[in-house]
Each structure stands twice: as C-alpha cells, then as structure tokens.
Design a protein around this ligand. Structure first.
Ligand code: CMP
Length: 217
C-alpha cells in the first residue's frame, strides 16, 4: 500500500522513511461499510488497525444492551494495540460510524516491526497515556458531574466552528446518551431544559451552542 497513507499516523512518528516503507509492505488496506463491527470485546487478537479514512467508535455494552462509548477515532488513529501488547482478549468493541478505509497489520508483522523500531513502543506508550487521561476525565464526569454538566461538556468537545457559531455535527439524542452514560430519556429532558434556558438551539440533529453556555464551566 502507499507509504504516504501511513506516514501521518502517530504510531510511526520518528521512524525513517525506509522503516515506514517496510511497515507499509505489511499493511493491507480494507474497505468497511458504515456500521461494521471491526473487532469485538473478548475475541483473541490477530491484528492492529490504522484508520486511513472514515471514523470508528470504541464502545462496551452493558448486560441490558446499553452502550457506553469510550472514544472515537478518525484518520491516522489506530486501535487493537492493547490486546497485542498484553496478549489478552480485546478490551472493547470497535465499529465504523461512517464508510471507512482501514489498514490491517497482522500481529506477527507488527511485533516484528516493534522489535526492530523501539520508537514504535514509545509512540504506543504515549497513546496509552493519552487514553488513561481521557478515561480519568470520563470517570470524573460519570462519578462527580450531573447529567446536564456531562452533556454540556460533551457538546463543547464535539462542536466545531461554522459561520462564526459553535455547532455539533448531526448527532442523535441516543448517541449523546451513549457517550455520557445516561438514558436517552434523561438526555432528552436535559436538552429540552437547556433549550428553554436559551443556552443551546436545536435544529434537526445539529445543536448550536450559545455564548452563555460557553462561558459556563
Ligand atoms: P484492544 O483491546 O486490542 O481492542 C479494542 C481496542 O479499543 C483497544 O485495543 C484500543 O485500541 C481501543 N480502546 C480500548 N479502550 C479505549 C479507550 N478507553 N479509549 C480509546 N480507545 C480504546
């Protein structure tokens, strides 16, 4: 596969062009339709995955089928490294949320590359540290903040600037609920209360954040 497709992932930061070329020789690009489960929690690991285009979400399911989203990854993000590192079953499920192209590297080839390039091990450690930081935020949020605070923090994280306003991409209340660990009904009540207070505007599945909300927290 094309070397340029892999050179921007943080996983290979610090590697020489030659080493990235060698790595590219082991990576197989695959197309995944939207909503495809790429790996399942509990399965034995066989590969590492690098997102070339599209988006995936990492999530776990409760016994009642409820979903908690642990993170999302876009182009140049990678996943499936944890079970390769500790030789244990997959720690979470990963599903595409848009059509995606993902490079797949077999466990054996990846381990060979890590052995030859210690920089990869350092890059993996950096990613793991970032994930622990994000998890600390999530745990703090779940344990110490109200559902409204959690929704408010999440909306600020998801929103991007459009025509001078901060607006989220299309997102359903069920998806918001899965990301803050609350029921859809609760999130719906919170969104309605925020709408009534004028801190957000809702138009279809997009949410615009008003200045009062940005000033809070
Ligand atoms: P692995 O355990 O092999 O399979 C599931 C993958 O999801 C895992 O590797 C990581 O790549 C990713 N993952 C697990 N937990 C998190 C998290 N809290 N945040 C982001 N990604 C995660």
């Amino acid at each position: 596969m094309e070397v340029s497709q892999l050179s921007d992932t943080g996983l290979f930061e610090g590697l020489s062009a030659q080493d990235i070329i060698a790595m590219a020789g082991h990576a197989v690009p695959r197309d995944y339709p939207r909503n495809t489960i790429v790996l399942r929690q509990g399965e034995p690991p066989h590969s590492l995955y690098i997102v070339l285009s599209g988006k995936v979400k990492v999530y776990v399911n409760g016994k009642d089928g409820k979903e908690l989203v642990l993170g999302t990854l876009g182009p140049n993000g990678y996943f499936g490294e944890m079970a390769l590192i500790d030789d244990s079953p997959r720690s979470a499920n990963v599903r595409t949320t848009t059509e995606s192209k993902i490079a797949v590297v077999s466990k054996a080839n990846f381990m060979k590359c890590v052995g030859r390039n210690p920089e990869i091990a350092m890059n993996l450690l950096r990613t793991l540290a970032q994930r622990v930081r994000e998890l600390n935020d999530t745990v703090e949020s779940l344990a110490l903040h109200s559902v409204e605070d959690r929704v408010s923090r999440l909306l600020k994280r998801l929103a991007t600037e459009k025509d001078g306003k901060l607006v989220t991409d299309q997102i359903t209340q069920q998806e918001l609920a899965n990301m803050v660990g609350a029921s859809r009904e609760m999130v719906s009540r919170v969104i309605n209360a925020m709408k009534t207070r004028g801190v957000i505007e809702v138009s279809g599945k997009a949410i615009t954040l008003n200045e009062d909300m940005l000033a809070a927290h």
